[in-house]
Design a binder for this molecule. Structure first.
Ligand code: 73E
Length: 822
């Protein structure tokens, strides 16, 4: 469907045929969902030829392949993205218009496949897009959760979680491949078995097993015929549950298998940057990891006889520690099934697996109780035990007699399996996701490991795909960029640097601001439809959209809104540029303070939006069900991007880059990738506030921070905090926000007061906000800075990130897919 083969007539006739074949309906009879299915099927047919051709190229060239192992892939809708990457978006839009159909309405029918929580899952999705676009052989490996990230409803200001039954109408962009199914075993016991020749092997018996069935989703590269694959694994009972199993006496066994299979893939754990250590999660991990490794090895063996060559052709990238059981599973297969000796197997494994660390938040570090691990995966546990034993010997050799080192670094310690330690001991590469984050890993969090294996550590600053987050999300700006620098930016984002000279040009500034305004009108319409709130497109759109977490400090943002409200009330004529504060965030279902913060934002909105004294100068909007699809509209419409995490806590952030790409100015701390954005765009075009990572870490170490002092000495802050408990924003229940108040001022349940330094950073945050207020009045200066943000975003393309992974870690071969028909 490249422009040279795209044929509108053929497309329309295929859509009509598909409607007929799928639903026995004509266009007039079909509803929008049916039309979506028919259009998608037509697009999928077009993808199929390229997918086949890509597979044939793999067969022929046998390129080295990366398996990107991730518990989460936050793909977002596929239809629009596939059309963009097939270079057919505009043509298809026109073809549908001729039929009286609106492509965006049709796109809106697609469920958002939300098999991920936030940044980590979305990064995996951006990486797949870049891998295909750059022409590398890649498989994403994950889980086909029946229910993805929950849908968020707001009811009386509270978050309500609604199950996300994304498969209910059938998903057109997936292909079930039962012929590539594998068995995965759980539980049971391991028994040594001795051969007559005195040899010994371990036999795993009395286990439960499930079948892993892959569903392949195409990952379409941009304009290059490459289609990579995202494999999501579904689980099915091995012994099909038949009525007569009852008579055979294995009824219980059959039911147990059914239950195991159903539970395994039922739902995504909806926690971001937090893990609870639930047995089912470990089951999910082993399930998809074992199946993925089996499939990778089967593919390898089609072309190779010698398993020792595996590292030349296969690399497994572990997206955080979630798939780290891969280390032991690969060892198990090499030792037990391939018959290799330990050293041989270890040598292969440690040249095939690499690990990315995404967080230093202690509650997100995966540690499994040995009891659970051993019971669930008895043979894999034995292998972890042996890896640990040998690792401790290595530490002893390096640091003789240093017991403290061993305790700190052991994989098995204190009744727990420490997954990060396993990942580092085995991985040939350990990377952080932004410069600052990697430095913190090397100098603080993982210092002992860095001292021992400095050569393993490296940084790979995250990136985002400009195809989804500019070409698709913001067609007006995309066209403007293309007009000035040509189309090259779509596959080489560094080209946007050529925009810099236009930043000074008043005509271009005006055009740029006009585009922003149109995007703000588009978002205002969405807000009106979904929230019933009228917002002024000429106000500053100040946006914080991301998962709700205390370290991300949505609370700082809303406390500042309360502060501004107080200022405006007491001084209605103060210098104040109208501002719309936009929030979007899901909170983990069990995260009390996060959910309470959502309620606070909504209550503050309710009061301020209806206070006539404010004359509409401040509006507060909480966008329900923030997700990839509405994110695209939100980024396009933002003036100010709030990236205000406590320094050192946000490993990278990727939303920050999506805003920058769409010409918003960042208001942020020196945290994560903000630091590198500052380096790229320059101090004049970004608003930085707050303590540095070093300062934060020093306070944490010295335990010398006292928020009460700030509360007692700053009357404005005092007033805002008191408003949390005096009913200003909760007239019917003064106690409603007591926990938030307490979290800022008193040590409680092992948590220290204001552990994210909200009060410490409040004043400098308010000052920067004041600067934004003045700067926005200078339209030209603002437009210039906004254009310069776009011009300096080049580094933050995931194409750049992926190329670095390829050059430094994966060493993949580039492929070229030729198609006879094209
Ligand atoms: O800073 C982000 C980062 O941009 C980080 O918090 C996030 O990963 C993004 C991509 O690198 C992240 N998510 C998780 N850990 N880091 C996580 C942890 C446990 C469960 C689910 C997600």
């Amino acid at each position: 469907m490249r422009s040279n083969v795209f044929n509108k007539k053929e497309f329309v006739s295929n859509v009509k045929d598909n409607l007929k074949n799928l639903y026995r309906k004509t266009l007039d009879e079909a509803n929008q969902q049916e039309i979506f299915q028919a259009v998608s099927t037509t697009v999928k047919d077009e993808i199929m030829d390229r997918w086949l051709a890509t597979q044939q190229t793999f067969e022929k060239d046998d390129p080295k392949t990366v398996y990107y192992m991730s518990m989460e892939f936050l793909m977002g809708r596929a239809l629009g993205n596939n059309l963009i990457n097939l270079c057919a978006y505009k043509e298809v839009k026109e073809a549908l218009e001729e039929l009286g159909l609106d492509l965006s309405v049709i796109e809106d029918q697609e469920p958002d496949p939300a098999l991920g929580n936030g940044g980590l899952g979305r990064l995996a999705a951006c990486f797949m897009d870049s891998l295909a676009t750059l022409g590398y052989a890649a498989y994403g490996c994950g889980i086909r959760y029946r229910y993805g990230m929950f849908k968020q409803k707001i009811s009386d200001g509270f978050q309500v979680e609604v199950p996300d039954n994304w498969l209910k109408d059938g998903y057109p962009f997936e292909l079930r491949r039962p012929e590539y199914c594998y068995e995965v075993r759980f539980g049971g016991n391991v028994r040594p078995e001795y051969g007559e020749d005195g040899s010994m092997k371990f036999v795993h018996e009395n286990y439960q097993s499930v079948l892993a069935i892959p569903y392949d989703m195409p990952i379409v590269g941009y304009d290059n015929n490459v289609v990579d694959t995202l494999i999501t694994w579904d689980a099915q009972a091995k012994e099909v549950f038949e009525l007569d199993s009852f008579d055979k006496g294995n009824y219980e066994q059959a039911v147990a298998q059914e239950n195991l299979a159903r539970n395994l893939v039922e739902v995504l754990y909806p926690n971001d940057n937090h893990v609870a250590g639930k047995e089912l999660r470990l089951k999910q991990q082993y399930f998809f990891v074992s199946a993925s490794i089996q499939r990778a090895l089967a593919r390898f063996k089609k072309h190779h006889d010698d398993i020792h060559d595996l590292p030349e052709k296969v690399v497994f990238q572990m997206n955080d520690t979630h798939p780290t059981v891969a280390v032991a599973e690969l060892m198990r297969i090499l030792v037990d099934e391939e018959g290799l000796g330990w050293d041989d197997a270890w040598n292969i494994t440690t040249h095939c697996v690499a690990y990315t660390n995404h967080t230093i938040m202690s509650e997100a570090l995966e540690k499994w109780p040995i009891e659970i691990f051993q019971r669930l995966l008895p043979r894999v546990y034995q292998i972890v035990d042996e890896i640990n034993r040998r690792f401790l010997i290595e530490i002893e050799n390096r640091y003789p007699g240093n017991e403290y080192k061993k305790q700190k670094m052991a994989i098995l310690w204190d009744g727990q399996v420490k997954m990060a330690h396993l990942a580092i001991a085995a991985g040939f590469s350990v990377n952080g996701v932004a410069k600052l984050h990697t430095e913190i890993l090397m100098n603080q969090e993982l210092k002992d490991f860095y001292d021992m294996y400095p050569q393993k550590f490296n940084n790979k600053t995250n990136g985002i795909t400009q195809r989804r987050f500019l070409a698709h999300a913001n067609p007006l700006l995309a066209d403007w960029v293309t007009k000035h620098v040509g189309k090259g930016w779509i596959t080489d984002l560094s080209q946007v640097a050529k925009l810099a000279p236009y930043a000074e040009d008043p005509k271009e500034q005006q055009e740029f601001m006009e585009i922003k305004r149109k995007n703000k009108i588009r978002l205002a319409k969405y807000i009106k439809e979904h929230n019933g709130i009228e917002v002024n497109p000429d106000s500053i759109f100040d946006v914080q959209v991301k998962r709700l977490h205390e370290y991300k400090r949505q609370l700082l943002n809303i406390l500042h809104v309360m502060y501004l409200y107080n200022q405006l009330k007491s001084n209605p004529n103060m210098d104040f540029y109208p501002r719309t504060f936009i929030f979007g965030a899901k909170a983990a279902a069990g995260y009390r303070n996060a959910k309470l913060t959502i309620k606070l934002i909504n209550n503050v909105a309710e009061v301020i939006n209806h206070d006539p004294d404010i004359q509409g100068k401040i509006k507060v909007v909480f966008i329900e069900d923030y997700r990839v699809s509405n994110a695209e509209w939100i980024f396009a419409a933002a003036d100010v991007s709030e990236q205000i995490s406590t320094a050192s806590k946000e490993a990278s952030g990727t939303g920050n880059m999506k805003f920058m790409l769409n010409g918003a100015l960042t208001l942020g701390t020196m945290d994560g990738a903000n630091v590198e954005m500052y380096d790229e765009v320059g101090a004049d075009n970004i608003f930085i506030f707050g303590m540095s990572a070093e300062e934060v870490i020093a306070h944490e170490q010295h335990k010398d921070y006292n928020p009460m002092e700030i509360y007692n000495n700053d009357p404005d802050i005092h007033k805002v905090l008191n408003q949390l408990i005096d009913g200003t924003f909760s007239a019917n229940d003064k106690e409603l926000f007591r926990d938030l108040y307490n979290s800022l001022l008193s040590n409680q349940g092992g948590k220290i007061a204001d552990r994210y330094f909200i009060l410490a950073d409040f004043r400098s945050y308010a000052n920067e906000q004041q600067k934004i207020n003045s700067y926005y009045r200078n339209r030209k200066a603002w437009a210039k800075s906004a254009i310069l943000n776009v011009a300096h975003v080049g580094k933050f393309s995931s194409d750049r990130t992926i190329q670095e992974y390829v050059d430094d870690i994966w060493h993949l071969d580039k492929i070229t897919v030729k198609m006879d028909r094209i």
